[in-house]
Design a protein around this ligand. Structure first.
Ligand code: ZN
Length: 113
């Protein structure tokens, strides 16, 4: 699912899929971090963890399909996603980079060499 999909435009099936995925992933991470912390207070609190599928993994291979993880930078925020798995191969415009590259900006994951 695209990281910039508008929730009000999702179909009921997509809402269901998103709900199940969010519930499963949060449950999985709650369990993982509980085990890691044990009886102690959690240390090294970070939103960037190597086991995450795409978050903080710009340029690294997607764990599902192997395509390089893409990134959108907006102000101080960063959104990482897999173009092949999440946006049907479409590269979402990164404002800073696409301005710099103009016409040579790839439109799809298959145009990346
Ligand atoms: Zn992928």
């Amino acid at each position: 699912m695209s990281p910039i999909a508008l929730t009000k435009k999702l179909s009921p099936a997509e809402v269901e899929r998103l709900y199940v995925a969010v519930r499963d992933v949060l449950g999985e991470w709650t369990e993982r971090l509980r085990q890691e912390a044990g009886d102690n207070f959690p240390e090294k609190v970070t939103a960037f963890r190597p086991q995450m599928a795409v978050h903080g993994r710009f340029g690294q291979p997607c764990p599902v399909c192997g395509a390089p993880i893409q990134r959108i930078v907006y102000a101080e925020n960063e959104t990482d996603y897999c173009a092949r798995c999440q946006t049907s191969g479409m590269i979402l415009a990164d404002r800073a980079l696409s301005r710099l590259l103009k016409a040579s900006w790839p439109r799809s994951i298959d145009e990346l060499g």
